[in-house]
Design a protein around this ligand. Structure first.
Ligand SMILES: C[S@@+](CC[C@H](N)C(=O)[O-])C[C@H]1O[C@@H](n2cnc3c(N)ncnc32)[C@H](O)[C@@H]1O
Length: 211
């Protein structure tokens, strides 16, 4: 079989799998921008993440489905600030900042958007651009999680929660340990909507301690 035919077959089976993906269909029907919405909805249904939450920071928010969920949950008086490297189609009620969360410039914009005040909830679905080199990718992913934890340490209210995407890798245990220094309870969640073949998982960090 020629390489071209093989490639075509593979991409057709990917398209088939994608179209039949229950969550992709459901996202399209419900008006969510991606299937990722169901990961957050599922965790929220179990953990009541948005209880009494008015201000949310959504890191790595593109194309915007977690922000859509957050906007619905915080209601008219709430505020959601989203950050991503990529631009997004504007979303009503989302204060969007395009930039690299690891840069001081983007952090300054974010701090300005939250008036340098503490927020009620931090959610991060950031995933690094993959280089294909396992150790480099794991280190990049771990660095993003460390920065989210730093942000939560400084700008999440005491008692607040933080949900962070983490990839299993050599830094995983250290990241959980760091999270436990800041939060009373740290739970590892793998929502049904997260593909089983993906090594992604979520750290649900609950009840920020008084530090
Ligand atoms: C899985 S997607 C997020 C999906 C999103 N939660 C949703 O529901 O639509 C991961 C996002 O993280 C963003 N990202 C990765 N590294 C980033 C960084 N350093 N700063 C900002 N965004 C980043 C990527 O651009 C990508 O859009």
């Amino acid at each position: 079989m020629s390489e071209k035919i093989k490639k075509n077959k593979l991409s057709k089976s990917w398209v088939h799998e994608h179209i039949n993906d229950l969550y992709v269909n459901q996202a399209q029907k419900s008006g969510y921008r991606s299937r990722a919405a169901f990961k957050l909805l599922e965790i929220d249904a179990q953990e009541k993440l948005f209880n009494n939450v008015k201000t949310v920071v959504d890191l790595g928010c593109a194309p915007g489905s977690w922000s859509q969920v957050a906007i619905q949950q915080v209601g008219d008086v709430g505020r959601v600030v989203g950050v991503d490297l990529l631009d997004i189609t504007p979303l009503h009620k989302l204060n969007f900042i395009q930039g690299d969360f690891t840069s001081q410039e983007t952090l300054d914009h974010l701090l300005h958007a939250i008036n340098h005040r503490e927020v009620d909830l931090v959610i991060s679905d950031m995933a690094p651009n993959l280089s294909g080199i396992k150790q480099v990718d794991q280190a990049r992913g771990a660095h993003l999680v460390e920065l989210v934890l730093d942000f939560a340490r400084d700008y999440l209210k005491v008692g607040g929660h933080c949900l962070i995407k983490v990839f299993h890798g050599y830094e995983f245990d250290n990241l959980v340990k760091s999270a436990r220094e800041i939060f009373t309870k740290v739970i590892i969640r793998k929502p049904d909507a997260s593909k089983s073949k993906s090594s992604e998982t979520y750290l649900l960090c609950k009840d920020k301690k008084q530090l």
